[in-house]
Design a protein. Structure first.
Length: 201
């Protein structure tokens, strides 16, 4: 298999994992959004830390790249909040279509130009949130392209997951819901699909 074919396969697997994560977010919508985000990122954080420590890599990256890592983490966190909210409150197909425009936003941020004409039938507010998710994810993915050859992908995942887990704690504690066994399994699946989706990017 050529590098190009591997890249295409990884992109398909990443998209499949993120789509599966969105479905599980929808199925577990009784759990508050920030609690879902905390659980998802805690799982990714633990997995990333174990792999990085075994490889004797850097957990949070070089000091000179911290502003960029925080930028990626901040916009990735906003992207997660908006995606999880939209996934719980709008038609899944509409959310997926809008969210998949994030590569377009990577391009627009690179070339400052885009034509975008959505036409959907869901409640407008969650779709606006889904649109914001695409934009913030586009910003986060733009940072990812900057890190190639500079910061290890696992370190970027670790930084993002740590930032998101910590940032979600105050909001999560306000509306914390003790999950049932079924909800706990769904929260675990959000973490599994989220970490696999990120790993394949």
């Amino acid at each position: 298999m050529t590098q190009r074919q591997k890249g295409a396969l990884y992109m398909i697997l990443s998209a499949l994992c993120f789509a599966s994560m969105q479905v599980v977010v929808r199925l577990s919508r009784e759990i508050p959004t920030m609690e879902q985000i905390f659980m998802r990122n805690s799982f990714v954080l633990i997995v990333s830390a174990i792999i990085i420590l075994r490889k004797k890599g850097s957990l949070f990256g070089p000091a000179k790249y911290q502003p960029y890592l925080f930028g990626r983490s901040f916009f990735g966190f906003l992207g997660l909040i908006t995606l999880f909210y939209a996934s719980s409150h709008a038609a899944q197909g509409d959310v997926t279509i809008l969210n998949k425009t994030s590569p377009i936003w990577v391009t627009i941020l690179a070339v400052i130009f885009i034509v975008f004409r959505p036409s959907f039938e869901s409640n407008p507010f969650p779709l606006v949130v889904a649109f914001l998710s695409a934009v913030t994810s586009g910003v986060a993915y733009t940072f990812l392209s900057f890190f190639k050859g500079k910061v290890d992908g696992l370190t970027v995942m670790m930084h993002f997951s740590t930032f998101s887990a910590i940032a979600s704690i105050p909001f999560m504690l306000k509306d914390f819901v003790v999950p049932s066994f079924k909800q706990a399994v769904l929260l675990l699946l959000i973490g599994v699909f989220g970490s696999l989706g990120q790993a394949f990017i």
